[in-house]
Design a protein around this ligand. Structure first.
Ligand code: AMP
Ligand code: MG
Length: 416
């Protein structure tokens, strides 16, 4: 029997093997939540031209010198500039151009006075024809309320680098510089394999002795959340030909990663293990963690392969700890996990393996309180439904007293 393998050593071993997928070009709307595979350089200034930050009047700021509430300056209105138009003449001294937010600044203008600071009443929501003249009730600084060309970004500037995940702001910026297509890392196709005579799918009848396949569904969700495309295959029976056919079928879809659950524990119907060994190069690991001790890792016909334990909680926890970082690397995403510190509300007992305890997380002033979800059996998926995070009891600690601080892997945003 192999000795127990340390979790960190196992992960290091896995990540050393894993390669990031190649790039593909997609249309901008399809790039949302994908990983950039190129640096994005702006071909233009943004904004492309100086424009008004306010609805108001463009003036030469000197013409407002001395203007106040009691002694307004009066200017002749000689132009009317709408957003989307291009003024065809310069602004003369002692005159003003009515201007809308986002409209180009006419040559000669050096400041915008907001309509609220004039005697024009269109600022009060009234329809207002162009006036012959306008009164200004305050003086303006040079450049006031003008957005300069290129003040956001300059032509030639790198605005995003490869590896950036394209969120709403990123996709908006890329649209702003007019890139209709972008290079992104291809999304990993992940085949999900389940086997067991006891398993039936959601549409099948639950006859005595049967349970429903849950791992196929939790894994699909986890994979989707990690930026992959899950492909769930039909459930194989505990027969050599059925398991072999399942694996062959999985390879036919050209996956970037294979994940199976069950069949890796000692004494499990070892057909799965037999087929893994027959088709691939697999190491069977006993990892120093709880839940999730038995685990297989290797390659099947060049495709990275994880054989996760079958118990639903073990499947999810081993995914969080070992598969998620691997999948992140395949997908070109940040593999480093952010953990947080929390105060343990109740004593935790462990067996000396690194233990991932399912906990709820609640804020209490400055502190974050982690409380066990109760039942911690690796078969009880409800413990994951309730869990906000996984509290890590380090190896070799068999007792953590209430009040101690532990590192926690958050599973979702923490409620107040
Ligand atoms: P095994 O490794 O086949 O002995 O499975 C270990 C435990 O996980 C058993 O209780 C199985 O019934 C359960 N199990 C295996 N595969 C699944 C699955 N896809 N969904 C839910 N439970 C499963
Ligand atoms: Mg089984």
């Amino acid at each position: 029997m192999n000795p127990l393998l340390n979790v960190d050593a196992a992960l290091e071993n896995i990540l050393a093997d894993i390669k990031t997928l190649e790039a593909e070009t997609v249309s901008l709307p399809d790039s949302y939540n994908r990983v950039l595979a190129e640096d994005i350089i702006s071909p233009i200034d943004l904004p492309p031209f100086a424009n008004s930050a306010m609805d108001g009047y463009a003036i030469r700021h000197e013409d407002s010198a001395g203007a106040s509430q009691s002694k307004p300056a009066t200017l002749a209105v000689t132009m009317d500039i709408m957003a989307g138009s291009a003024p065809d003449k310069a602004l003369e001294a002692s005159s003003a151009a009515r201007i809308m937010t986002g409209a180009p600044i006419p040559q000669g203008a050096t400041a915008i006075i907001p309509v609220e600071d004039t005697d024009d009443d269109w600022g009060k929501g009234e329809d207002s024809p162009l006036r012959g003249e306008v009164r200004l009730f305050r003086r303006l600084r040079c450049g006031e309320n003008i957005r300069l060309a290129g003040e956001n970004i300059k032509a030639g500037e790198t605005i995003m680098t490869a590896g950036t995940v394209i969120g709403p702001a990123e996709i908006g910026m890329i649209a702003g510089i007019g890139h209709p297509r972008v290079a992104v890392i291809r999304q990993p196709k992940v085949a999900i394999l389940s086997s067991g005579d006891e398993l039936v799918d959601i549409y099948d009848e639950l006859t005595p002795g049967k349970i429903r396949d849950t791992n196929g569904y939790t894994l699909a969700g986890l994979i989707r959340g990690a930026g992959g495309v899950p492909i769930r295959l039909p459930i194989a029976k505990d027969r050599l030909d059925s398991v072999r056919a399942l694996y062959r079928r999985a390879l036919e879809i050209n996956p970037d990663l294979l994940i199976s659950t069950a069949g890796v524990s000692v004494g499990a119907a070892d057909l799965v293990r037999l087929v893994m060994e027959e088709l691939g190069e697999i190491d069977f690991w006993r990892i120093n963690m709880r839940p999730g001790k038995p685990l297989a890792y290797g390659t099947i016909q060049g495709v990275p392969f994880f054989g996760l334990p079958g118990n639903p909680v073990s499947t999810m926890v081993t995914f969080e700890v070992l598969v998620r970082p691997a999948l992140a690397k395949i997908a070109g995403r940040e593999a480093q996990r952010r953990s947080i510190m929390a105060t343990i509300a109740d004593d935790i007992r462990s067996d000396g393996r690194r233990t991932y305890a399912r906990v709820t997380l609640k804020r209490d002033g400055e502190r974050l309180i982690a409380r066990s979800t109760g039942i911690q059996s690796s078969g009880a998926l409800m413990s994951m439904v309730l869990a906000d995070g996984l509290a890590i009891v380090p190896e070799d600690r068999t007792f953590v007293p209430a009040g101690a601080e532990l590192e926690v892997i958050p599973l979702r945003p923490i409620s107040q």
